[in-house]
Design a protein around this ligand. Structure first.
Ligand code: HSE
Length: 300
């Protein structure tokens, strides 16, 4: 028995919704091949596309660890499994790289076990993988990677996840500048206390964004995607962030911001061509700064 699963990259936070909003893109993403084997225990026989950065030790890899948690929960800790992980996206990119791997692994084991419950049941195990990867079990990458589309984490305790609609004609341009911003560190620099005035601005914007998604109102979505809490601090870790915003917005973007904890940035557009033009212009700008980049254009 063997399965081959793809799980997509995700954009967490969606600018104003730190730790509570995220959506999945069509590409890039990671793939897991999982086989049942005779000898008990999990092995990882192969990892590709990671430049040797990820551990093959099943006790240290987020995919095998979260799969083990799942197996323990269904009383099948004894089963023998072999995992191959094929990374098809950059690590430490702010595109939910660890989430895509973990979710692909969990979906693979769910399929092998013939578990036909709603995939949302896998979320607590995927969050354990996130906790291991960056010290905090946030769900705004794993939930959309698991469920697709836009997702709101209404509450963490108890966990309450809401699938949100989105306008059909919304495109996403993603640019990954090739600099390292580990999520663990990008979380440490955020302020712990916020003032009431900023909080009011922020929750007005989150409510506006969610309303815009329901109303298919792309203008409302665009003007709500502003972040006065996290972006002012994290933008410092991203090369020429405000210049990139200016380039995106003056070339037809509806909104622009940091994807997850960065360094990737993303823009929403109303059509594919505008998204392509924006990725090209941002890539050119980064090349001028001698920074390599990967770009992706996707519907949501
Ligand atoms: N909400 C998380 C953060 C997402 O911003 O740290 C990390 O990808």
């Amino acid at each position: 028995d063997s399965v081959h699963v793809f799980a997509p990259a995700t954009v967490a936070n969606v600018v104003c919704g730190f730790d509570v909003l995220g959506f999945a893109v069509n590409e890039p993403g990671d793939e897991v091949v999982m086989r049942v084997k005779d000898t008990p225990g999990i092995t990882i026989s192969k990892i590709t596309g990671d430049d040797g950065r990820l551990p093959l030790d099943p006790a240290k890899n987020t995919v095998s660890v979260s799969v083990q948690h799942y197996l323990n929960s269904i009383g099948r800790a004894d089963i023998g499994l072999d995992i191959e992980l094929h990374k098809k996206m950059p690590i430490g990119s702010g595109l939910g790289s660890s989430s895509a791997s973990t979710v692909a692994g969990l979906y693979a084991i769910k399929t092998l076990m013939g578990d036909d419950r709603d995939p949302i049941n896998l979320l607590p195990f995927a969050m354990k993988g996130e906790e291991m990867a960056c010290g905090h079990g946030h769900a705004d990458n794993v939930a959309p990677a698991l469920l697709g589309g836009f997702v709101l984490i209404r509450s963490y305790e108890p966990l309450d996840v809401v699938r949100l609609p989105h306008p059909k004609d919304l495109w996403c341009a993603v640019v990954f500048p090739d600099v390292d911003v580990p999520t663990r560190e990008a979380r440490q620099i955020i302020r712990n206390k916020i003032n009431m005035k900023d909080a009011v601005t922020q929750w007005g914007n989150i409510a506006g964004l969610v309303s815009g998604l329901f109303m298919q109102d792309i203008d409302l979505i665009g003007r709500s995607m502003k972040d006065v809490l996290v972006e002012p601090v994290r933008s410092m870790l991203i090369p020429d962030f405000y210049k990139m915003r200016e380039i995106a917005m003056s070339n037809g973007a509806v909104s622009f911001g940091i994807s997850g904890s960065g360094p990737s940035v993303f823009a929403f557009t109303r059509d594919e061509q505008t998204a392509k033009d924006i990725t090209q212009k941002l890539q050119q700008h980064l090349t001028g700064l001698k920074i390599g980049s990967n770009t992706y254009v996707s519907t949501i």
